[in-house]
Each structure stands twice: as structure tokens, then as C-alpha cells.
Design a protein around this ligand. Structure first.
Ligand code: NAP
Ligand code: GFB
Length: 316
């Protein structure tokens, strides 16, 4: 009899594939892992969500499913990001409650933190003011996940918690130029610029700053939280502040990874979005003082190699 039945929603995405890889590597013989995507159930539907839980009867849940996108998709669909994610999160947490799930670990995002704040941000700042305008819909829906976790705990003593990643990247990302995030967008553009001998275009000024976490490192943190962290309050999952880089520096790492030798240009007609969202990982370090993050340059090289090898099937 499996000691845990662990249901992973959003398993076909960037973070989901990383959790699958790490879970299968770390395989704890007693656990049964169930990886699902929207093909198994549309989590915006309460009925389909309940049926999914009825079918798999999970004891533990890693809830990753969401409407996700980079700056430009958020700018275009703030309302959809709010409504779609509110429905998904309400359905999943309610199904967890109805099915007596022992622990659920969900994913927020550091873009949910207030925009006008003293950096670095920490977990206690989550509700201290409005988020950046470019992604208010997504940000408020993510904050409501934390509100629901606290509600299920105070009213029903549930252990539903969350991690708060910074910008994530890695294999199986969404490399669509319009909808995706900066790093997969730059990886894709680097590939096309080299193949078509065209300039490599960075959108915006290149000066905004980000902390990028490799999907495989985030997956290790999420699985540790599932096994060892029993607090409802969220935990930031991020590299240190010292590893924050500018978009320009990140783009230069992508250029080196592709071995691109051509012209690099900036399209400053494109928005820069939020200048920075520097996060402190002090809470994570308190619990995991020896956690080793993959160096960003090495992780970008592995992502570029994965994209070149899987170009035909990659999301783009
Ligand atoms: P992703 O690659 O876009 O994957 C999204 C996943 O959600 C896919 O498996 C998708 O299934 C599933 N999904 C979407 N809508 C669904 C629906 N209505 N019903 C059922 N499943 C649905 O996203 P990701 O980057 O891995 O993000 C995973 C989690 O990390 C999300 O909660 C996200 O907010 C959070 N996060 C991501 C980042 C980042 O930089 N990527 C940063 C911070 C936090 P299909 O493949 O079937 O569509
Ligand atoms: O990763 P990104 O789309 O989202 O953009 P955010 C980060 C920065 O990269 C912006 C610049 O300053 C962009 O101008 N950039 C340069 C590019 N080249 C590109 C490119 O080719 N594609 C993209 N997308 N950007 C998101 C939030 O904010 O962060 C989401 O909107 C989510 O809700 C995500 O939280 C993690 O970091 O600005």
C-alpha cells in the first residue's frame, strides 16, 4: 500500500516536468506519483476537478497548474489571469479539503509582492500594498492562494502551504516569443538569430534585474517542502540576492551558450515591466543552509542545449 499518493497538477509544464524528473530520480519506493495536465481535467471546472480527485484519491498534492505567461502576455490578459487562476486554485484547494488531503504545496510568484517596497522583499511583505501594474491580475490571484491556505488552516486545520519562486527557467519551458518569459524568449531568439544570421534582439532596455531559479532546483525545494515543511506560511524559493542579474547580463549568457557572434540590438519600444523584485531567501536558507543552486550560466547552457535538441517539439 503506497504510503503517499502524490498528485502533481500542471505536470506537463516547465516546473511540472522538473518535479517529475526529480521525483523519479529520488524515487521513494513507498510513494505513488500521479502526474496530470489539462488533458486529464480542466481545473477551471469544479466537476472535472472533483472527478480527478475521486479517481486518484491523493493523500498529498503539488499544485502547479495555472495560466502562466511573461510580461507581454500579462499586459494583454490581466483579467483572464485573475479569473482563470482564481477558479483553478479554488477548485483544487476545495477538492483537497473534501478529499482529506494531508498536505498541498502550491506555487505563488514573486511578482505577487508589492511593487513599491524596500528591497529585499521577504515572505511577510506579501500583502503590504499593490503589485506592479503589468501583472495585477495574476498577482492578486496568487495572493488569494495564500489567503485560502490560511482559511483552510484556521477553519479546518488543513496543511495547505506554498512556495514563492522568482523567475523560473529550464527544459520544457514555454519558448513562445509573445507569451513566454524573458529567458525562454531570449533562448529562442538566440537560436533563430544564429540560424538565420540575423541580429539578436533584446526587448526593452536590458536594465531590469531578476533572480532566475533553475526549474530542477525549484523542483528539489518543492519536494522538500512537501516532505518536511508543515507550516502554512509561504516560503520564497530563490537564489541569493547576490545572484540577481540584469536582463542584459542574462542575454549575454544566452549569447555565449549559443556561441552567437552576430549583432546584439535592443528594442526599447518594448516595455521593461517591473524594474526589479529582489527577494530574500533567508527563510529557505534557515531550513536548507547547504542547498546548492545550479550556477545560472551552467543552467542556461543546459537549457539552450535542451532547446536545440528538442526544437521540433518544444512549446513555441
Ligand atoms: P507552464 O509551463 O505554463 O505549465 C502550466 C501547467 O498548467 C501545464 O501543465 C498546463 O497543462 C496546466 N494547466 C493550465 N491551465 C490548466 C487548466 N485549466 N486545467 C488543468 N491544467 C492546466 O507553467 P510553469 O512555468 O511550469 O508554472 C508552474 C507554476 O509555477 C505555476 O503556478 C506558476 O504560476 C508558478 N511560477 C512560474 C514561474 C515561471 O517563471 N515560469 C515563476 C513563478 C511561479 P497543459 O500543458 O495541458 O496546458
Ligand atoms: O520574464 P518576463 O516576461 O516577465 O520579462 P517579468 C522580464 C524582462 O525581460 C522585461 C525583458 O524587462 C522584458 O522587457 N525582455 C527582454 C523580455 N527580452 C525579452 C523577451 O524576449 N521576452 C520577454 N518576455 N521579456 C513576469 C510576470 O514578469 O514574471 C508574470 O508578468 C510572472 O506574472 C513572471 O510572475 C515570473 O519578470 O517582468
Amino acid at each position: 500500500m503506497a504510503s503517499k499518493v502524490i498528485l502533481v497538477t500542471g505536470a506537463s509544464g516547465l516546473v511540472g516536468n522538473a518535479v517529475k524528473k526529480v521525483a523519479l530520480e529520488e524515487r521513494d519506493a513507498g510513494d505513488k506519483w500521479v502526474f496530470v495536465s489539462s488533458k486529464d481535467a480542466n481545473l477551471e471546472s469544479e466537476a472535472e476537478t472533483m472527478a480527478l480527485f475521486e479517481k486518484h484519491k491523493p493523500t498529498h498534492v503539488i499544485h502547479l497548474a495555472a495560466m502562466v505567461g511573461g510580461l507581454f502576455r500579462n499586459l494583454a490578459f490581466n483579467l483572464d489571469f485573475f479569473r482563470c487562476n482564481m477558479k483553478i486554485n479554488d477548485n483544487v484547494l476545495h477538492a483537497c479539503f473534501v478529499h482529506g488531503v494531508k498536505k498541498c504545496v502550491s506555487c505563488l510568484s514573486t511578482c505577487a509582492f508589492p511593487d513599491k517596497i524596500t528591497y529585499p522583499i521577504n515572505e511577510l511583505n506579501l500583502h503590504d500594498g499593490p503589485p506592479h501594474d503589468s501583472n495585477f491580475g495574476f498577482a492578486y490571484a496568487k495572493r488569494m492562494l495564500d489567503v485560502m491556505n490560511r482559511g483552510y488552516n484556521s477553519q479546518h486545520n488543513c496543511t495547505f502551504t506554498s512556495v514563492i519562486p522568482t523567475n523560473v527557467f529550464g527544459p520544457h519551458d514555454n519558448f513562445n516569443l509573445q507569451d513566454g518569459h524573458a529567458l525562454p524568449g531570449l533562448v529562442h531568439k538566440g537560436y533563430l538569430a544564429k540560424k538565420e544570421n540575423k541580429p539578436f534582439v533584446i526587448w526593452g532596455t536590458g536594465s531590469p534585474r531578476r533572480q532566475f531559479i533553475y526549474s530542477l532546483d525549484l523542483a528539489r525545494v518543492i519536494i522538500w517542502v512537501l516532505r518536511e515543511y508543515d507550516d502554512v506560511s509561504p516560503m520564497i524559493a530563490s537564489v541569493g540576492e547576490e545572484d540577481e542579474v540584469s536582463i542584459k547580463e542574462a542575454a549575454e549568457m544566452v549569447v555565449r551558450a549559443h556561441g552567437f557572434k552576430g549583432k546584439i540590438v535592443y528594442d526599447t519600444s518594448k516595455s521593461d515591466g517591473q524594474f526589479k523584485k529582489t527577494a530574500s531567501n533567508a527563510k529557505l536558507r534557515k531550513y536548507l543552509p547547504d542547498f546548492k543552486f545550479t550556477p545560472t550560466e551552467k543552467a542556461i547552457q543546459e537549457t539552450v542545449d535542451w532547446f536545440i535538441k528538442n526544437y521540433e517539439t518544444a512549446r513555441k
